[in-house]
Design a protein. Structure first.
Lengths: 134, 187, 197
């Protein structure tokens, strides 16, 4: 479902929305993206990207976000190589998630590059955040 | 009176074995037994939270004392391809972690274990894999493959804390080893 | 009953040596390489103690000398047989089995400390023979480690047998050998156990 971005921001920042959105601290990031040209945000797009398979010349020829994080955002994942436990992505299960913008940007940079071979666009990042924010 | 001689013998012994140790104990506080104990068979525990967070998010935060400075410099300059993964950091964090690594590297540590790691590495080498350094290989050369690479709970020699229960505190004492599915290994 | 005369059997050198050795060996055994400096110094002390005891075994008081308690294997075996038959003679100094134990312990401790010093050189490039070894470990390190561990544990075995022997001997001849090693005195011989041939 496509939501006009401005309306989305309003919804997200009202206290009433603490029922609908688990946390509102991704606001600042989304505002930054808005200032960089993002007008619409789509959680479905985010989900689609999350599950999409990308090809690589490196050690793992097929890569997806779900390779480490799994498709179930409420479940723990594990690092594809080391097996180290990765806490669930969903803030509803793991309240620490999506609270530290610096951390979010760091992992976007690393993991987009590993999975997709390039950095994510701001549109993609916004879509991801909307999808993950449950 | 009956026990005088025996007691003085015991006291003499204790004095004999502790005084030279305490006397020559360089810059470490001789009252700090915890640190001293680790100095023998382990390496320094790194408590720096940034280091533990950044370098421990995908694997155990390896102690800087396990590789020489040259290795760390090489590793930190190639984080986009960190053993096939992307481990890039922002410039500030990268700098502070590099500083920490170099200050505590194997060639700068006075921990016995670290010195052993360092001594076996050629000065011109800058190995990136701890598990491929000569001292590491020497210490692990009797372990059957099925217990490590063939063991789904371990998988690799890089996975120190799978068997070394106190690896994250820098201790690799043989008495703390429990190989999953096989049990202890103190020979 | 008239209290028997107390005879000074174990001189202070023997006793001080004995209890220092007990402490030093105990400390060495429990510290292993976890407290290597302490362990090494305990080892050096043991070497020193052994040197003193061996010298004393030639020039010391009567019961401290090897000549008093070193016997031929046949004598030792005969003594053991007699002990089993509860008719062994009582000795004021070390009996033949005890004498054999002294020699075995000296041997085992020398083997342990020697292998230890070599091992220190091989694995740590430290200690008196540090410069015999150019690089860490290798074949020597492993072999020496095994040797050192073996003799350390063999010594422990000897210690257990030694303690058992002391207990058995104390019971059979109704005396307190522990007390004797603490204050040096044993009651004079008033018993009439005879050694059978």
């Amino acid at each position: 479902m496509k939501i006009p971005y401005m309306i989305f921001l309003v919804l997200v920042s009202t206290p009433v929305n603490s029922v609908l959105a688990v946390n509102t601290s991704i606001d600042t990031l989304l505002q930054t993206y808005a200032s960089q040209g993002v007008t619409e945000v789509d959680a479905e797009q985010g989900k689609h990207l999350w599950q999409k398979t990308f090809q690589s010349n490196g050690e793992y020829s097929e890569r997806r976000c779900a390779s480490c994080h799994t498709e179930d955002l409420t479940a723990p994942g594990k690092h594809i190589k080391t097996g180290k436990l990765i806490e669930p992505m969903a803030p509803s299960v793991n309240p620490q998630r999506l609270t530290d913008n610096k951390k979010i940007e760091k992992w976007f940079k690393r993991n987009c590059k590993w999975t997709m071979g390039r950095e994510c666009t701001v549109q993609e990042k916004a879509d991801f955040l909307l999808y993950l924010n449950k | 009176m009956k026990y005088t001689l025996a007691i003085s013998a015991v006291i003499f012994t204790i004095g004999f074995v502790t005084i030279p140790v305490v006397w020559s104990d360089d810059d470490h506080h001789w009252g700090d037994m915890e640190e001293y104990r680790h100095r023998s068979t382990g390496v320094a525990t790194i408590t720096d939270t940034i280091y533990r967070e950044e370098c421990g998010s995908c694997h155990m935060a390896y102690s800087p004392a396990l590789l020489p400075a040259s290795s760390w410099i090489k590793m930190m300059s190639g984080l986009e391809n960190h053993f096939g993964d992307n481990a890039e950091l922002d410039a500030e964090t990268e700098r502070s972690i590099t500083d920490l690594l170099l200050a505590n590297s194997a060639d700068r540590s006075d921990y016995r274990r670290a010195r052993k790691f360092n001594r076996a590495i050629q000065v011109s080498d800058a190995p990136l894999r701890i598990s491929e350094t000569p001292y590491f290989r020497h210490e692990h050369d009797e372990i059957p493959g099925r217990m490590v690479t063939g063991n789904p709970k371990v998988k690799s020699f890089s996975h120190c804390n799978a068997c070394h229960s106190r690896a994250e505190q820098g201790s690799f004492n043989e008495h703390d080893i429990r190989i999953p599915g096989y049990g202890r290994w103190d020979d | 009953m008239i209290k028997p005369t107390q005879i000074k059997v174990w001189d202070p050198v023997v006793r001080f040596f004995h209890w220092s050795l007990v402490s030093a060996f105990f400390i060495a055994y429990i510290t292993e390489e976890d407290l290597l400096s302490v362990h090494t110094w305990a080892g050096y002390l043991i070497v020193g103690l052994l040197v003193v005891r061996i010298i004393w075994g030639f020039i010391g008081t009567h019961y401290a000398r090897f000549s008093d308690f070193v016997h031929s294997p046949s004598t030792i075996i005969q003594f053991l047989k007699n002990t089993l038959a509860l008719r062994a003679k009582r000795y004021l100094g070390h009996n033949p089995a005890g004498g054999a134990m002294v020699m075995l312990l000296i041997f085992s401790l020398l083997a342990t400390t020697t292998s230890g010093i070599l091992l220190l050189g091989a694995e740590e490039q430290a200690g008196p023979v540090a410069n015999w070894f150019t690089q860490a470990g290798g074949y020597w390190g492993n072999a020496l480690e095994e040797l050192h561990e073996f003799f350390a544990n063999f010594t422990v075995l000897l210690v257990f047998i030694h303690i058992a022997g002391v207990i058995v001997e104390s019971l059979i001849h109704k005396e307190n050998l522990l007390s004797a090693m603490l204050n040096g005195f044993k009651p004079a011989d008033t018993r009439t156990h005879e050694e059978s041939l």
